[in-house]
Design a protein around this ligand. Structure first.
Ligand code: ADP
Ligand code: MG
Length: 242
């Protein structure tokens, strides 16, 4: 479970203090597929970076499975990320000097996983890139590079996958393919998926849609029951109360 309590983020911009997120409260249960939408500059990437522990909030608390990440040091954070969180960026962030297979293998080797090579090959098969295993990022199309990035994000079997406009640099056909693979892999593994997207069509396929504007949640809609959670959401418990 991901929990945010009164999370805010302000930065100093010249002489001005700029508020990026203001007092955000949010709970995301295990296995939920959440789409985060909102205009450019509304704080979507900042929110995702905070949940990943890549950035620290100015105030408030963030907990992942009950562990408060806002109090962790760099090493503990890196370890938690390695164990629990996968991240997919808009611009693929692959290592150019490594082949597709090596890019997927790297996080597993860092974590000292057994059978890493076999798992990396399976992950590449899952994203339909077996044939491209020994190609370098520069030899792959944008869609293929993003599929490698997805395979890599799943390397350590994260419980949480965070994706920041993963289809933003792809044409609609490749974007659709990448999206389907990500959602499919996520469903199979019962992981939580938090996906930032501009595309309404993609966002409407989530279990829940959170709309941000000026660093605030302006809408939080349940679109369907999440497929991999059994427990009712807080809203449903509230609604079921006599
Ligand atoms: P989104 O992903 O929704 O487009 P961001 O989270 O990237 O929005 O950014 C929200 C706002 O905060 C933007 O106006 C952006 O320019 C600003 N911002 C983000 N990070 C910084 C920073 N480190 N310093 C100054 N301004 C920032
Ligand atoms: Mg962004």
């Amino acid at each position: 479970m991901i929990e945010l309590y009164k999370v805010s983020k302000t930065v100093q911009s010249g002489a001005e203090k700029l508020t990026i997120l203001r007092e955000l409260d949010l709970t995301i249960p295990d296995g939920q597929f959440v789409a985060v939408v909102g205009p450019s500059g509304s704080g979507k990437s900042t929110l995702l970076g905070l949940v990943a522990g890549l950035d620290a909030p100015t105030s408030g608390q963030i907990r992942i499975d009950g562990e408060e990440i806002t109090r962790m040091g760099e090493d503990a954070l890196a370890s938690l990320r390695g164990r629990k969180i996968g991240f997919v960026f808009q611009s693929f962030h692959l290592i150019p000097s490594m082949t597709a297979l090596e890019n997927v293998l790297a996080p597993m080797e860092i974590a000292g996983l057994k059978d890493a090579a076999a798992r990396a090959r399976q992950l590449l098969r899952d994203v339909e890139l077996t044939e491209r295993a020994h190609h370098y990022p520069s030899q792959l199309s944008g869609g293929e590079q993003q599929r490698v990035a997805i395979a890599r994000a799943f390397a350590n079997e994260p419980k949480i996958l965070l994706a920041d406009e993963p289809t933003g640099n792809l044409d609609s056909r490749n974007g659709q393919h990448v999206f389907d693979l990500m959602v499919g892999m996520n469903r199979r593994r019962g992981a939580t998926l938090v996906l930032v997207t501009h595309e309404h069509e993609l966002a409407s396929r989530a279990d829940r849609r959170i709309s941000l504007r000026d660093g605030q949640v302006v809408a939080d809609e349940t679109l369907r029951q999440s497929e991999s959670t059994e427990s009712p959401t807080a809203g449903e418990l509230e609604a079921a109360r006599p």
